[in-house]
Design a protein around this ligand. Structure first.
Ligand code: FPP
Length: 240
């Protein structure tokens, strides 16, 4: 922890939480057990993000493609989501965490929509950390939706800029992530924040999500701090 430079903490960290199912299977349990244990890693990531003054934390909790999973697993994940949101809301408020949901929320069960809307409203004035949950989310859906809205609003061709497109995404107003973490050994993006990660540093770890605790979170930050971000420039220009 003393190796971390607190003046260079990423402002926005995005995480693809992967490996709950494999973690559970290795322990001889069903996949749901993995998801339930994954909640503790979610809590710890939020706590650690707050501790190190990360301002935005985006968690990929349920992708559009996840709707293709067996119904029992989807139902269990939705239940877990509602119970976790309800049981954690006071803690989020106490810790100055604002909740924001991105994704095609309309597809979620009504009880989820209500719980999430309520939690967003009750944490709306918090400023410490913005916790963004990507639910029923896919980046291609988000970009396609943005294109439809841009056309619907009758934007002229010469008005279309990168800033305008960004402003039509679910993440409008949220700075792009400096660091993207994916757990569990897979090295792919799985339709997550494709527009927003143009210059993001990627960190892949073999650790399954339920084992991704404070130390692992800090390891990812440390690795990020050892990277040189050039944004297309050369090394000497960055150091000047
Ligand atoms: C990926 O593991 C995990 C998910 C699709 C769900 C993540 C959900 C949680 C951690 C719990 C609820 C979250 C919140 C925010 C309260 P996987 O099932 O793809 O694992 P596998 O690749 O080993 O099969």
């Amino acid at each position: 922890m003393e190796l971390i430079d607190t003046s260079r903490i990423p402002n926005h960290i995005a995480i693809i939480m992967d490996g709950n199912g494999r973690w559970a299977k290795q322990k001889g349990h069903d996949r749901i057990y993995g998801h339930s244990n994954g909640v503790e890693s979610v809590r710890e990531s939020i706590k650690t993000a707050r501790e190190f003054n990360v301002k935005y934390l985006t968690l990929y909790a349920f992708s559009t493609e996840n709707w293709n999973r067996p119904k029992e697993e989807i139902d269990a994940l939705m239940d877990l989501l509602v119970t976790t949101i309800i049981s954690e809301i006071e803690e989020l408020k106490e810790n100055d965490v604002r909740l924001k949901i991105i994704g095609n929320v309309e597809l979620l069960p009504e009880k989820c929509i209500q719980a999430l809307k309520d939690a967003e409203e009750r944490t709306a004035s918090n400023k410490g950390l913005t916790l963004i949950l990507a639910l029923s989310y896919s980046s291609r859906w988000e970009i396609t939706n943005a294109v439809k809205e841009i056309l619907k609003n009758g934007c002229a061709q010469n008005e279309i800029t990168e800033e305008l497109v960004s402003s039509y995404l679910n993440t409008a107003g949220i700075p792009e992530p400096e660091l993207l973490i994916r757990t569990s050994g897979e090295q792919r993006i799985s339709n997550f924040l494709l527009w927003q990660i143009a210059y993001t540093e990627f960190y892949f770890t073999e650790v399954h999500w339920p084992d991704f605790k404070r130390d692992e979170f800090l390891k990812a930050i440390l690795e990020y701090q050892n990277r040189e971000r050039r944004f297309g420039k050369i090394s000497e220009q960055i150091k000047a």
